[in-house]
Design a protein around this ligand. Structure first.
Ligand code: TNX
Length: 526
């Protein structure tokens, strides 16, 4: 039962076990109440055990018997660090902070076996046992991210909440929420209602070729209301997950231009004729860098900041073709007026504008690595997606970096070269490839490497129409990614993939209990 994923730093096993029974109590010390609430609900529904609060009237721990659980904060441990001790006194989880206790509670659920991941008890007579052991554990990175693209295919709110649960089960703590793109705008903005009235729906989807199951003539869409977003953010926070919103500018903006044609380059094309884009790729219809556009997006970001308390706000910045800017007299006049060298400098100016704007509001800007072109504002951070180069350059220049190179951790890419993969796009990225992904380039000095604040797996959903398809692409590779992000693994060539694979047997059983439609180890079922 100690086939944990992600692997903890150290496990010391001992003979014996703690058995949870109807008499078992759950004690939550100061600062551990949130983890206690989560654990009582999770284990309560799976086991049917009441896990009554174990606090004595005088406030002391009542789990000094033989079968209780105690959750406590111990300030001597570091951030997110935890220690789990199961012995004759019961199970004690101590965390350096509330998050540490929560990660320890997640480990405890894994120790109780796959059925502890169900939502109702399946066997009343079963014994819930935690082997006697001591676990010491802490994360390698503070940013352990998953990006979900809900613009290409909308994921209804329930599916997002479920993903947050799955992230927490893998000790991932940053949910990068890709909310806008050419093919859809997914967040209600009160000041600009057409963003969702018009921008949240496209008439059809053309993918690949006409015979493809994803080439269809049916409308796709949906959006989250502001209350949905508040719920998602609060649900994530209870799981120690930060939601980082992304509003993609100045490229990937056709849905916004379809809703508000004045945002586009109106002297180059008739933007009133644009609709929400119905195919994939890099789109030439980008924002016009006018004062009106800046003001419009400041109003959008004002509402976004109100909804998302995250330190970082993602402004996209990727794949902004410059053709329209080159052929637009208005944009050329703007470049001259601002005294800029060229269109790249204009993009940089655009990004800097929002960097200053966000900094003035106590936030930090993060963007895809294209934002490095033309110079990056101090304090801004980079999501390095086109390989390591952008991230390496950014770290050397003193910028914080989240490593998410498409060659390694793009989970939309196929996991096998066989003809039966349901999403046959991109490079082949097997479970082992992901397991051997190393976020920190070896050429960085220790001081530069410290700027690699973490890593992130990205899930672009062009070819994933529903949650089952997303599950298939994401699992089991997210388990390998989680171990890369959390565990202090050795250099890629020295990683024990066979041991990881051995532990995936237990993990598949957990995923089954959680209802995850992962890719089976032998490949797709016919
Ligand atoms: C590149 S990664 C994109 C996305 C696509 C993805 C498909 C990035 C910043 N831009 O718009 O969905 O490739 O793999």
């Amino acid at each position: 039962m100690t086939e944990l994923i992600p692997a903890p730093r150290a496990v010391t096993a001992a003979p014996g076990e703690v058995r949870l029974t109807a008499r078992s109590r759950l004690y939550t010390g100061p600062g551990a109440e949130g983890a206690g609430r989560w654990l009582r609900t999770a284990l309560g529904q799976a086991t049917g055990l009441p896990l009554h609060e174990g606090r004595e009237p005088d406030g002391t721990d009542a789990t000094d018997g033989t079968d209780g659980i105690a959750l406590q904060v111990d300030g001597r441990l570091g951030p997110e660090e935890y220690r789990l001790v199961s012995d004759a006194r019961g199970v004690l989880v101590e965390g350096g902070d509330a998050a540490g206790v929560f990660w320890g509670a997640q480990t405890l659920r894994q120790l109780l076996g796959p059925d502890a991941h169900r939502r109702a008890p399946v066997r009343r007579d079963r014994i819930w046992a935690v082997p006697h052991l001591t676990i010491e554990d802490a994360p390698r990175f503070r940013w352990r991210g998953l990006m979900l693209d809900v613009a290409r295919h909308f994921m209804p709110k329930d599916g997002v909440l479920r993903y947050l649960d799955l992230m927490a089960a893998h000790k991932l703590n940053v949910f990068h929420f890709h909310l806008t793109d050419d093919q859809g705008w997914r967040i209600e903005i009160r000041r600009h209602p057409r963003l969702t009235e018009v921008g949240a729906w496209r008439a059809r989807t053309k993918f690949g070729h006409r015979a493809s199951p994803l080439w269809d003539e049916k409308p796709h869409g949906g959006h989250y209301t502001q209350d949905d977003i508040r719920e998602i953010v609060a649900y994530a926070a209870e799981r120690h997950i930060t939601v980082v919103p992304e509003i993609d500018v100045p490229g990937h903006s056709q849905a916004a231009i379809a809703a508000y044609p004045e945002l586009g380059n109106t002297d180059v094309i008739d933007t009133t004729a644009l609709s929400v884009w119905d195919t994939w790729g890099v789109n030439p219809n980008v924002l016009a860098p006018t004062d009106n556009t800046l003001r419009f997006y400041e109003e959008v970001f004002e509402e976004v900041l109100d909804l998302f308390p995250s330190e970082f706000v993602h402004i996209g910045g990727d794949e902004c073709p410059k053709e329209q800017w080159r052929s637009s007299p208005a944009v050329q006049a703007r470049i001259a007026e601002l005294g800029l060298a060229d269109e790249d400098a204009l993009q940089s100016w655009f990004v800097r504008h929002f960097d200053t704007w966000l900094s003035a509001r106590g936030r930090r800007l993060i963007g895809w690595d294209e934002i490095l072109e033309g110079g990056l504002a101090d304090g801004a951070a980079v999501s390095s997606w086109r390989g390591y180069a952008g991230g390496t350059a950014a770290a050397r220049a003193g910028h914080d970096v989240v490593m998410c190179p498409e060659q390694h951790v793009y989970l939309d890419h196929r996991q096998d070269g066989g003809p039966d993969e349901p999403v046959p796009i991109g490079w082949v990225r097997t479970l082992e490839d992901v397991y051997r992904f190393e976020p920190v380039p070896p050429e960085l000095t220790p001081a530069q490497a410290a700027h690699v604040i973490g890593t992130q797996a990205n899930v672009w959903t062009e070819a994933m129409e529903d949650a089952a398809r997303v599950d298939y692409q994401v699992f089991p590779r997210l388990a390998a990614f989680a171990e890369v992000a959390w565990s202090a693994l050795p250099a890629p060539a020295e990683r024990d993939f066979a041991d990881f694979e051995r532990r995936t047997v237990a993990h598949y059983a957990r995923l089954d209990a959680l209802g995850v439609a992962y890719r089976p180890p032998g490949g797709p079922r016919p």
